[in-house]
Design a protein around this ligand. Structure first.
Ligand code: SF4
Ligand code: FES
Length: 334
């Protein structure tokens, strides 16, 4: 049996396998203490370390060396040590830093939410609501790009890209030949023009699912509906290429979109092929399993009232109780 180490995150202690990252340990605890992650994707090797939204404070390095780490660290890339103590939502410094990261990401990301198909499923939209400031301090010209047509299935809006590299890793790891990547560096960095070639691959549609923002969206679903007006349903089919396990998104009786099934962190459970995604849009093509459970913080589950389940640290810490007073009161009324 592999060695276990003890880590405490926001006052909650858990034993995890040695070599686990702080982010994965936090996900094992679950709830509000889990740091947001815009570039890390557990199914993609090498992902993480790009966006800095998952920053946390290590207030105690380990049992052997209890000194705190001098700077905030990316939780998706930092492994836990035995006796480590980490602060996420209990650290004002982390909340302030995350606000800075969101401001930085929004410098070049247009607030297109009213016309963007990703609205309601966009991690940057959620972060902006939670941490964004209402005004920008940036006065210089924004990045602009020549429009690139990447085929009839996937829509690329380069201005919305936050350079998380997830689509690059997806093309690299689940398609045969990666033919796109990030060209240029710094302000000039962009998803390269070669992306149109990636679209010929049978698994290329997965770049839509991994993109945390609306830079890569489904052209066959474009402007068809706001996602919170649709009804997600789990379904499967006997597919020779992939697992055939998908979520169908209904508008009335029509399937208007097919996606892979995503977990509570917005990561796909299994990648699906383009035939399932783009060509099977009739109910007859599928065996329906039942309604998809949607995370209760998502706008898609609006009107589905569920009890607030605060992590123990919120209930026992008077300062945090006070900070979340409004939420507690709302729950009592429901
Ligand atoms: S297009 Fe989307 S998935 Fe690809 S790097 Fe940009 S934000 Fe990430
Ligand atoms: S999720 Fe950790 S740096 Fe992006």
């Amino acid at each position: 049996m592999s060695e276990k180490v003890k880590v405490t995150i926001d006052g909650i202690t858990i034993d995890v396998e040695a070599g686990t990252t702080i982010l994965t340990a936090a996900r094992q605890i679950g709830g509000d203490i889990v740091p947001p992650a815009m570039c890390y994707y557990s199914k993609l090797q090498g992902s993480g370390g790009k966006c800095r939204t998952c920053l946390v404070k290590v207030s105690k390095g380990s049992e052997k060396d209890p000194r705190p780490m001098p700077k905030l660290v990316a939780s998706c890339r930092t492994t836990v040590m035995d006796g480590m103590e980490v602060q996420n939502i209990t650290s004002p410094e982390v909340i302030e830093a995350r606000k800075g990261v969101v401001e930085m990401l929004l410098i070049n990301h247009p607030l297109d939410c009213p016309v963007c198909d990703q609205a309601g499923e966009c991690h940057l939209q959620d972060l902006s609501y939670e941490h964004g400031s209402e005004a920008t301090r940036y006065e210089f010209e924004r990045r602009t790009f020549d429009r690139i047509d990447i085929g009839d299935k996937v829509q690329l809006h380069m201005t919305r890209c936050i350079l998380c590299y997830r689509c690059v890793y997806t093309a690299d790891q689940i398609t045969e030949n990666r033919v796109h990547g990030v060209l240029g560096r710094g302000d000039a960095a962009e998803i390269s023009t070669y992306i149109e070639k990636a679209i010929e691959n049978e698994f290329s549609g997965n770049v839509i699912d991994v993109c945390p923002v609306g830079a890569l969206t489904d052209k066959t679903f474009r402007f068809k509906n706001r996602v919170w007006f649709t009804k997600p349903v789990d379904a499967h089919r006997d597919c020779p290429t992939c697992s055939g396990k998908v979520t169908l998104w209904y508008k009335g009786e029509d399937v208007i979109r097919v996606t892979a099934r995503k977990d509570e962190y917005g990561e796909v459970e299994e990648f699906i092929c383009n035939t399932c995604r783009f060509d099977k849009k009739k109910t007859d093509d599928w065996v329906i399993e039942g309604p998809r459970k949607i995370a209760n913080h998502s706008v898609i589950s609006a009107n589905h009232y569920e009890q607030l389940m605060p992590p123990p640290v919120l209930r026992t810490n008077p300062a945090l109780r006070e900070a979340n007073k409004e939420q507690f009161e709302r729950t009592t009324k429901l």
